[in-house]
Design a protein around this ligand. Structure first.
Ligand code: PHE
Ligand code: NA
Length: 464
């Protein structure tokens, strides 16, 4: 018989690792720039609605599948399904997590690079107007980019090599607690800057008119972005959270645990904006500069701030911890999948996964050099293409499939799901949500999914 499955040492460990997987670039990089682009508070409200009606139930479902099967996404569907129909779904999670890592390692590498450059004062003289500056020079330097990407991969697998409790759980716990502490400091610094009030107003006072700046099409775009962000930020649809459910017992109800994790994730996203926007307005730099907000706009803010080098370093430490905790969690997921699917030891699974992640991360790390000009219209460069495949396709459709698995009789079924979700102390899954989950949610995901493709297809067909 197999050895008993290793569980987390503590409930706090489970919550902080799941939160560590959820809290990442999605919170500290993507959320602020998307919120900035779509006008701040009104967009945030829309996003919160999606978080509750789409994200939360899917998170409970992933945990329930993991806890009931006590397996990672590799074998969970074989254990729970009534027929072999769902067998193939295990690959969805593996491919999704792998594709995510293919660009996440590179962006996390930028974070480490910025931390190092801030700490050593290399940022002095950055020109916020030109896309050049340190960012441009760094991206154009292939050996430097690959070096940072490799550093991320080595750190991630090094932590995982100490095992679940001694490596992943211990290190992530420390990282998450530091992250929350540093975040607190940065928020206080930012909101007390002279001139911060305007930034607070932009960020926190909803202006619903702004969402319609681009007419109905503009509003559709905001809805699409809000849904995508809800799935991305909670790490849903590719069995990333599922594996952590497979590492806990039945002491606590899963709805209660999911609420805590969503709460932490949302807290970090909202507070990241509370760091960024007051600082932007205090130093009169554009809050809606898109993906470059954190990499180009903010460094120029730190440059003008008293003790800017210290605050800049702390800020990128904060960003790096968020990104690294996600890297560690997803590596752990890929390792567990590999151990189960191919019946390998942890050691062998780490070797195999590390090689694969390294090779597959190269195209993105080298993207700015090898194929700097290669872009897909309406999507973008290699990093955006990989991001698009995962965030706009695998996450929403995978979430939809999780829902189908948990509510229909062709899958695991509503009663089995409910019994698992409700086992333990704490909040029970609302019974009345069944109709919504069976009909409303799938329809909503499909409509928004198709809506998101319409402008792209029009562009590709030369109609826009
Ligand atoms: N939730 C992570 C973030 O916000 C990204 C992620 C998505 C991680 C899907 C795992 C799976 O950065
Ligand atoms: Na997140």
């Amino acid at each position: 018989a197999a050895a008993p499955r290793e569980h987390f040492a503590s409930r706090l460990g489970f919550i902080l690792i799941s939160a560590g997987c959820a809290i990442g670039l999605g919170n500290v990089w993507r959320f602020p720039y998307i919120a900035g682009e779509y006008g701040g508070a009104a967009f945030i409200l829309l996003y919160l609605v999606f978080l509750v009606i789409l994200g939360l139930p899917v998170m409970v479902m992933e945990f329930a599948v993991g806890r009931a099967s006590q397996r990672s996404g590799a074998l969970a569907f074989d254990v729970l399904q009534p027929s072999r129909r769902w067998h193939w779904f295990s690959w969805w999670g593996y491919v999704g997590c792998m594709l995510l890592m293919m660009f996440y390692t590179t962006v996390c590498g930028w974070m480490l690079a910025y931390t190092a450059k801030m700490a050593t004062g290399t940022f002095v003289g950055l020109d916020p107007e030109g896309v050049g500056g340190v960012f441009g020079a760094m991206l154009a330097n292939p050996s430097e980019m690959v070096g940072w990407m490799l550093a991320v991969i080595v750190i991630g697998f090094f932590v995982c090599s100490f095992g679940l409790q001694k490596g992943v759980e211990r290190i992530t716990k420390i990282m998450m607690i530091c992250l929350l502490a540093v975040m607190g400091l940065l928020v206080v610094r930012s909101v007390t800057l002279p001139g911060a009030a305007e930034g607070l107003a932009f960020y926190l006072v909803p202006d619903f008119g702004k969402m319609f700046d681009g007419g109905m099409a503009g509003f559709g775009e905001a809805v699409y972005a809000a849904m995508g962000q809800a799935f991305f930020t909670l790490s849903l649809g590719i069995s990333a959270m599922e594996v952590f459910g497979s590492r806990i017992g039945k002491q606590n109800s899963l709805t209660g645990e999911a609420l805590r994790i969503c709460g932490l994730d949302t807290l970090v996203a909202i507070l990241a904006g509370l760091i960024i926007f007051p600082a932007c307005f205090a130093f009169a730099v554009a809050p809606d500069s898109g993906p470059s907000l954190v990499f180009i706009t903010l460094p120029s803010v730190f440059e003008q701030m008293p003790l800017g080098q210290l605050w800049g370093t702390l800020f990128f430490v904060f960003m790096s911890f968020a990104a690294l905790s996600t890297i560690i969690a997803v590596f752990e997921n890929l390792i567990t999948f590999t151990m189960e699917k191919w019946d390998l030891s942890r050691r062998d699974a780490i070797k195999r996964t590390a090689i694969l992640v390294t090779v597959l991360s190269l195209p993105c790390a080298l993207g700015f050099n090898l194929w700097a000009g290669v872009t897909v219209p309406g999507i973008g460069d290699i990093q955006s293409i990989e991001d698009f495949i995962v965030s706009n396709n695998l996450l929403p459709l995978g979430s939809l499939l999780y829902v189908m698995f948990c509510v229909t009789r062709k899958g695991w079924g509503w009663n089995n799901f409910l019994a698992e979700a409700d086992a333990g102390n704490g909040m029970k899954f609302p019974r009345w949500a069944r109709g919504w989950l069976t009909f409303g949610l799938p329809a909503l995901i499909i409509i928004i999914f198709i809506m998101g493709y319409v402008p792209k297809i029009m562009l590709w067909c030369g109609l826009a």
